[in-house]
Ligand binder design. Structure first.
Ligand SMILES: [Zn+2]
Length: 183
C-alpha cells in the first residue's frame, strides 16, 4: 500500500516530523490491526513503547471477546501494565492506527502515558481533537503530548476497505435471504 491520497499526504507533511523508530512502531500497530481484521474485527492496532522497546501490544477484539471495552488501546495498555507490573505507564508512548475514542482517551489519562501518536483521525468519535478533546482537557491534571498523521493514508485505506467489504457482505447476505426458498 502507498500513501496515494494527495490530501492526506499534504496533511502529513504539515505535521510533526516522525523518526524511523516511530514508523517502525506504527508498522507493528498496523500488523496488529491486520490480525484484528483477520478475525473480522474493525482493524485497529496499538503498541505501548518504553525506552525504545515495545512493552505492550493489542488489537481490537470486542466482538470475539463479547467485550465492548476490548479496544486496541485498552488491550495494549493492559498488556503493558502487566508486563511492567505497574498501573502507571509513565514515560511511555502509545502508537495506535486510529484516533482513540472517548473511553480510550480516559484510559490514557488514567495510565499517565506521556505521549500519544495516532495515524488516522476519527472525525465522528475521535477524542484526541476531532470530535472531542479529552486527552488534553484542561480539567485533567495530566496532559498528554499528541501527534497524528503517521502512516495515516495507509491506516485510513485499511479501515475504509474493511467497511466497504463489510457493507458488501451484508448486502450479499440480505440478497441471499431474499432469494432463499420459503423466505
Ligand atoms: Zn477506544
Amino acid at each position: 500500500m502507498t500513501d496515494s491520497n494527495p490530501e492526506l499526504t499534504a496533511k502529513m507533511s504539515s505535521v510533526t516530523a516522525f523518526s524511523s523508530d516511530d514508523e517502525k512502531f506504527m508498522r507493528r500497530a498496523i500488523a496488529l490491526a491486520e490480525i484484528a481484521e483477520s478475525h473480522n474485527e474493525i482493524p485497529v492496532g496499538a503498541v505501548v513503547v518504553y525506552d525504545g522497546k515495545i512493552i505492550g501490544e493489542g488489537f481490537n477484539q470486542s466482538i470475539m471477546n463479547s467485550d465492548p471495552s476490548a479496544h486496541a488501546e485498552m488491550m495494549a495498555i493492559r498488556d503493558a501494565g502487566k508486563n511492567i507490573e505497574n498501573y502507571r505507564l509513565l514515560d511511555c508512548t502509545l502508537y495506535v492506527t486510529l484516533e482513540p475514542c472517548p473511553m480510550c482517551a480516559g484510559l490514557l489519562v488514567h495510565s499517565r502515558i506521556k505521549q500519544l501518536i495516532f495515524a488516522s483521525e476519527d472525525l465522528k468519535t475521535g477524542a484526541a481533537g476531532s470530535a472531542f478533546s479529552l486527552v488534553n482537557h484542561e480539567n485533567h491534571n495530566h496532559q498528554i503530548q499528541v501527534s497524528d498523521g503517521l502512516l495515516a493514508a495507509e491506516c485510513s485505506t485499511m479501515l475504509s476497505a474493511f467497511f466497504k467489504r463489510r457493507r458488501a457482505e451484508k448486502k450479499a447476505e440480505k440478497q441471499a435471504r431474499k432469494n432463499a426458498p420459503n423466505a
